[in-house]
Ligand binder design. Structure first.
Ligand code: 8YV
Length: 334
């Protein structure tokens, strides 16, 4: 019997070029409607499928894996992979990849922009103008806080955190403090003039807190009422990491009572739902999870997922595998 092509499911719509590359190697099924499939529908679509292209939206858990025994590769166009049960995949020999690096600078640009928009009250003042309420100038109209020369606090100092720190230090003369499970090597800290501090000190000292820590059970509600209570009343908080790292209900309360000055949020608990308390307070800038959304970067993310799928299903070395130990296992003599 002639070799049958492996079957790949593209679980959400993506760039035509990326799909065309997959079609050169595989039988490809595409979610043309771009529907977010319920779990049972995703499982149904994965029957007889060897490789799946996913985004941050699909949940790949043990139940799904057990119901989809043909699956050999799960390749995501996202860097964050909290939606994938990596140990469960590894235990079943399913290769997993994410999309690091290609989005670092674009995401850092956005995080910085969101922090600046928050500090300088850009959304709030635009809404005021659009409502036709701008009748005269006044000395304190939408006066916010300075970014240049202030203290930038970063929670989670991975690649994106470091890229934000670089912008703050080199471009805006900010003092950079950070908290991370592990300290950066001195060679990485030095060019950023970045100083590791305890988490509470970070919260107490930051003028602008930017959250870039990956979501995991350990980072769930890393920022809640107690942490917000430690922050300066003049401080801002920007979250470009994941919903769930911040307790959105506690944040809405802190914004309503001006416990902190303002927040910039690109990610939300239970998104695309947004906590109603965040929709009614004026001192928050809200964006729909678009930090990596520049055309070149989304293309690069998409192509990286395709590179991984092609390698994973063709006996190659996926460039950004999260469980590369599976590859070595395959090389062992039978
Ligand atoms: C993506 C992200 O837009 O890469 C990530 O982890 O959060 C975003 O860059 C999204 O998750 C892609 O599915």
């Amino acid at each position: 019997m002639a070799d049958r092509k492996a079957v790949v499911l593209v679980a959400r719509r993506t760039f035509d070029d990326a799909i065309a590359r997959l079609r050169e190697h595989f039988e490809v099924r595409v979610n043309d409607d771009d529907a977010v499939w319920p779990q049972d529908e995703l499982i149904r679509r994965l029957q007889g499928v060897q490789g799946v292209y996913i985004t941050g939206s699909e949940q790949i858990d043990a139940t799904l894996l057990d119901a989809c025994p043909d699956l050999r590769a799960v390749c995501s166009m996202a860097v964050g992979y909290n939606n994938v049960d990596l140990p469960a995949c590894t235990a079943r020999g399913v290769l997993v990849s994410n999309a690091p690096d290609v989005l670092t600078e674009t995401t850092a640009d956005f995080g910085f922009a969101l922090m600046m928009a928050t500090a300088r009250r850009i959304s709030e003042s635009e809404h005021f103008l659009r409502r036709g309420e701008w009748h005269k100038w006044s000395y304190d109209m939408f006066a916010g806080s300075d970014v240049h020369g202030s203290t930038l606090g970063i929670l989670g100092m991975g690649r994106i955190g470091q890229a934000i720190a670089r912008r703050g230090h080199l471009g805006f003369g900010m003092r950079v403090i950070y908290h991370n499970r592990s300290r950066l090597a001195p060679a990485l800290e030095a060019p950023l003039a970045a100083q590791w501090v305890e988490k509470d000190a970070l919260l107490q000292q930051a003028d602008h807190l930017v959250i870039v820590v990956p979501y995991s059970p350990a980072s769930h509600h890393a920022i809640g009422a107690r942490e917000l209570g430690l922050m300066k009343p003049s401080a801002t908080l920007t979250n470009i990491a994941r919903g769930g790292v911040v307790d959105d209900a506690a944040l809405a309360q802190a914004l309503a009572t001006r416990r902190i000055a303002a927040a910039g949020l690109d990610v939300f608990e239970g998104e695309p739902q947004v906590h109603p308390g965040l929709l009614t307070v004026p001192n928050v800038v809200l964006t729909p999870h678009i930090a990596s959304a520049s055309i070149p970067t989304r293309l690069a993310m998409s192509h990286l997922a395709v590179d991984n799928l092609i390698a994973a299903l063709s006996g190659g070395r996926p460039p950004t595998a999260l469980n590369p130990e599976l590859l070595n296992r395959g090389a062992e003599p039978a």
